[in-house]
Design a protein around this ligand. Structure first.
Ligand SMILES: NC(=O)c1ccc[n+]([C@@H]2O[C@H](COP(=O)([O-])OP(=O)(O)OC[C@H]3O[C@@H](n4cnc5c(N)ncnc54)[C@H](O)[C@@H]3O)[C@@H](O)[C@H]2O)c1
Length: 344
């Protein structure tokens, strides 16, 4: 990218968004980031603390991506040259409890952002970050994997809302010729992940001497990718992807949930007794697996963080950042915005 690029990153205070912003600014993928985030329970401004004092390179806007006035103001004020859309409600269990916020943010939010990007001068490219969960579930005993041409079969309200958003993005390309790209990625792990998801929840419980809940028989399989590998794939798609295309992103690393938890128990010096089996999630998808051949061949992107190394680094990060974890656990992180910008 050229020297004077401003990227609008939605959901920038969340897990993947904040890792993306850190890489984008520290490795100078762009010259400036405008972060738009509603700071829901999953948004943590502390994740972006190193940039909040650098107004030339970073601006933070607290706002709802589904609110057209807010979004229009961001486009008019900052004139982004690209939009990277991470903002979402992202936790399957919460979507089963109450799908409404998922429709609001994931569907309406994506539609509002698409409209604003299309109307902005130069209609900047919008990359929509989506999930492999839109493709449904694979059998444990098959070797089949998800790929870009596979029909959608979302099976949770979360996956259904992401699928609806993906279709809106595809429709914007076909109807308006809008410059859009979709990435469908597998499960991410790494630093700054909110401890309601399997890996950070397990690490937090293990470090606190508590037991780790594992759903059902623990044999559900996920295809894990380090968050930095995902972020680099997003950058490659943004810069080199073909407009209107979908790219499946994964690191070809299938692991049963129970194997992940056992590995974490070992890394934290805890044993099998730290594991507690709990009643399965309703409609729990059995297996996800991504075939990332298209991204590899077209973009030259390769995941480069090996699973064992990435997992050990992740445990080390949570061990070394106990105050981050404690602030999240106690809810103290919710005051970070007011401390920085004042109560509004
Ligand atoms: N975590 C994964 O394993 C994974 C895998 C594939 C795809 N994805 C996708 O990547 C994206 C980011 O996931 P994540 O794990 O970082 O999620 P996250 O839950 O950690 O972060 C989501 C962020 O979006 C913000 N947000 C929520 N509603 C908003 C709204 N209405 N307006 C503005 N901001 C809002 C939250 O405050 C938070 O900062 C999501 O779109 C998700 O579907 C995640």
């Amino acid at each position: 990218m050229s020297a004077s690029t401003t990227w609008l990153v939605t959901g920038a205070a969340g897990f993947i968004g904040s890792n993306f912003v850190r890489l984008a600014l520290s490795e100078r993928w762009c010259s400036r980031v405008v972060a738009l985030d509603a700071l829901t329970y999953a948004g943590n401004l502390e994740n972006l603390a190193q940039w909040t004092g650098e107004p030339d390179r970073f601006a933070f806007v607290r706002g709802d991506v589904a609110d057209p006035n807010t979004v229009d103001r961001v486009f008019a004020g900052h004139k982004p040259s690209a939009v990277i859309h991470f903002a979402a409600e992202s936790h399957v269990d919460r979507s089963i409890e109450d799908p409404a916020p998922f429709i609001h943010t994931n569907v309406t939010g994506t539609q509002v952002l698409l409209g604003a990007a299309r109307a902005a001068p130069g209609s900047p490219r919008m990359l929509h970050v989506s999930t492999d969960e839109v493709y449904g579930s694979l059998a444990l005993d098959s070797t089949e994997r998800f790929h870009e041409d596979r029909p959608y079969d979302p099976r949770s309200p979360y996956a259904a809302s992401k699928a609806a958003a993906d279709f809106l993005v595809r429709a914007a390309f076909h109807t308006h010729g809008q410059d859009v790209i979709i990435t469908n990625c597998s499960n991410n792990y790494g630093p700054y992940q909110f401890p309601e998801k399997l890996i950070p929840l397990a690490i937090m419980n293990l470090l606190r001497g508590e037991r780790v809940p594992v759903y059902g028989d623990g044999l559900n399989v996920r295809d894990w990718i380090h968050v930095e590998d995902h972020c680099r794939a997003v950058r490659a798609c943004l810069e080199h992807g073909r407009s209107g295309e979908t790219y499946c992103i994964g690191a070809e690393n299938e692991q049963a949930n129970i194997a992940v938890v056992r590995a974490l128990a070992e890394l934290t010096g805890r044993g099998e007794s730290a594991i507690r089996y709990v009643r399965d999630r309703p409609g729990h998808d059995r297996r996800y697996a991504i075939d990332p051949a298209k991204a590899r061949h077209e973009l030259g992107w390769e995941p480069c963080i090996p699973w064992k190394e990435g997992l050990a680094d992740t445990v080390r990060w949570y061990r070394e950042n106990t105050s981050w974890l404690e602030n999240v656990r106690t809810g103290e992180f919710l005051n970070f915005y007011d401390r920085l910008y004042g109560a509004q």
